[in-house]
Write a protein of this length. Structure first.
Length: 88
């Protein structure tokens, strides 16, 4: 490994090593995209609950949408916190 590569690896410690290099350069944009995706999935889940009827299939799809909305929101907030701490 080159000296420059070792310096770059040394700068990425802890949870930052879990994020791929190409994504680490665009954390803020990708974090906002994940939060936006979470809002879209939440809307889909709420629309499914409102207009999907009272069957188990509708509740299953709503749970699916809301589960992945929660994951996207958590991932987006995590990436935004890392990007804000990296800029300080």
């Amino acid at each position: 490994m080159t000296e420059h590569g070792q310096d770059a690896v040394a700068l990425r410690t802890g949870a930052r090593r879990l994020i791929p290099r190409w994504e680490f350069g665009h954390l803020r944009a990708l974090g906002y995209a994940r939060v936006g995706g979470a809002l879209v999935l939440t809307t889909c889940g709420l629309v499914t609950l409102a207009f999907g009827g009272s069957g188990a299939k509708a509740y299953g799809w709503a749970a699916f949408f809301l589960f992945f909305a929660g994951l996207n929101l958590a991932g987006g907030i995590w990436e935004l916190r890392i990007s804000h701490s990296a800029s300080n």
